[in-house]
Design a protein around this ligand. Structure first.
Ligand code: FAD
Ligand code: PYC
Length: 420
């Protein structure tokens, strides 16, 4: 430590050192960028880190760098509300998200890192006959696709969530709902850290504070990137930059049908256990869970206007909190601890894009919008596959960019849940 201010700022590290932890090995190496790699992944969120890990693990390609402009997990991966589920409508999505959930179930063991996966179930509430009708279609579509789903009546919901507003004159009476038992919550930072540690151990370079500002092209092909830390060459480049995708791809000459919006969430102070499932109400426009620390996690819809500002508008906050008061009057006693937002990459059919771009050498993983945390394992697995083999993974075949030209959209807006 060179000056007293620095000493004060890093006092937590001094405490760790005093506790005898100063010789702890870092979980991953903070690498200096090298001039050339086989593959560069732009974006050190869950998708970028998982891609690097599966490139090394599944394909033996370890001369790989993940370039992150800030710190790993500092984007949406560390800002989401941690819900994982596979309750989508179409067979292609059921397979994609089902595979992701399978990978999540084994991930702690695979990475030897506790990702705190709690399969506490996800209940979607019905407040009208119309809701009940569409939810039974939704649940039946899931069953058709081999994903377990259960319709619930009011008494079953009351038993699961006694604190919810069951009053007869509630503005949104509860008529039932449906449940995916295998769904739940996963500690978001741990997913980024677990993939980073495992990728680093296999030889991947994780380079933080490295912002991609342009592309190096040769004969129309991407052969590297320009960064604030110099030019870096690679045979192939994969983008996993969520809300920044359209801007970064544009630097390579690719125009994408992606629009960026802010999505916000908030948590209350910690309280004793009050809610042991994830609960979502599309009609009121909000969802709730309780974190392992005891905070009530509250979220809702996207802001209604495109934006790159990581803030979240007051109008949505007001709507989400009004919905919370309606559904859980007792939560009105809680103090809010934090509110934050992330910027998410929305496409018109609410399904991801995973595969090549029209520019040779450049590949993308984007369009997850408000729901890509659950897709991190499969997003990484399938992007790694196309980067390594040059062929789309069968699970990603329906999720190509050309679908916006052919019109073969996979419209999951209804099953995207609350947020879009
Ligand atoms: P990110 O984690 O955003 O990573 C992208 C990284 O790219 C960032 O770290 C960024 O700094 C970096 N980057 C950007 N530009 C550059 C550049 N030029 N050079 C280098 N690096 C760059 N999903 C769910 O499944 N369940 C949920 O409950 C859920 N809740 C959500 C709640 C909120 C409030 C938000 C904001 C999102 C939520 N999501 C949820 C969506 C989910 O978080 C995202 O879809 C997912 O995290 C995307 O992961 P990623 O790795 O693609 O992106
Ligand atoms: O994808 O499950 C989801 C989700 C819930 C809230 C935001 N995204």
């Amino acid at each position: 430590m060179k000056n007293p201010n620095q000493r004060a700022r890093y006092s937590a590290w001094n405490l760790l050192a005093a506790a005898g932890h100063d010789d702890w090995a870092p979980a991953w190496l903070d690498a200096e960028p090298r001039p050339r790699y086989d593959v560069i992944i732009v974006g050190g969120g869950g998708h970028g880190l998982a891609t690097a890990y599966y490139l090394a693990k599944n394909h033996g390609i370890t001369n790989v760098a993940v370039l992150e402009k800030g710190y790993i997990g500092g984007g949406n991966t560390g800002r989401n509300t941690t819900i994982v589920r596979s309750n989508y409508l179409y067979p292609q999505s059921a397979q994609l998200y089902g595979f992701s959930l399978d990978l999540y179930e084994k991930l702690a063991q695979e990475l030897n890192f506790n990702i705190m996966f709690s399969q506490r179930g996800l209940v979607t509430l019905a407040h009208s006959r119309h809701d009940l009708d569409s939810m039974s279609r939704w649940a039946n579509a899931m069953l058709f696709n081999g994903i377990a789903a259960e319709m619930l009546d009011t008494a079953q919901i009351l038993e699961m969530m006694p604190r919810v507003n069951f009053s007869r004159d509630a503005r949104f009476p509860i008529l039932g709902g449906f449940l995916q038992r295998r769904a739940g919550a996963v500690r978001h930072d741990a997913v980024a850290w677990g993939f980073a540690r495992a990728a680093s151990a296999l030889g991947v370079d994780i380079v933080q504070n490295c912002s991609v500002r342009g592309f190096i092209k040769q004969d129309g092909r991407v052969v590297g990137v320009q960064t604030n830390r110099g030019d870096i060459r690679a045979e192939r480049v994969g983008l996993a930059v969520s809300g920044r995708t359209s801007q970064v791809a544009e630097m390579a000459g690719v125009r994408l049908p992606v629009i960026t919006y802010a999505l916000q969430a908030m948590v209350s102070e910690s309280v004793k256990p009050v809610l042991d499932t994830v609960m979502l109400s599309p009609a009121v426009g909000a969802y709730w869970s309780q974190s392992d620390k005891g905070e009530v996690v509250i979220g809702g819809a996207l802001d209604h206007f495109p934006s790159y500002a990581q803030r979240g508008s007051f109008a949505i906050k007001q709507q989400v909190l009004a919905a919370t008061m309606e559904m859980f009057p007792s939560f009105g006693r809680l103090r809010l601890l934090r509110q934050w937002a992330g910027i998410v990459d929305v496409v018109q059919d609410s399904s991801p894009i995973i595969g090549p771009t029209p520019v040779p050498g450049l590949f993308i993983n984007c369009g997850w919008g408000t729901g890509g945390f659950k897709g991190i394992p499969v997003g990484g697995w399938t992007l790694a596959h196309v980067l390594a083999t040059g062929k789309n993974h069968p699970l990603a075949e329906p999720f190509q960019l050309q679908r916006f030209q052919t019109g073969r959209l996979i419209d999951e807006a209804a099953a995207a849940g609350i947020a879009h």
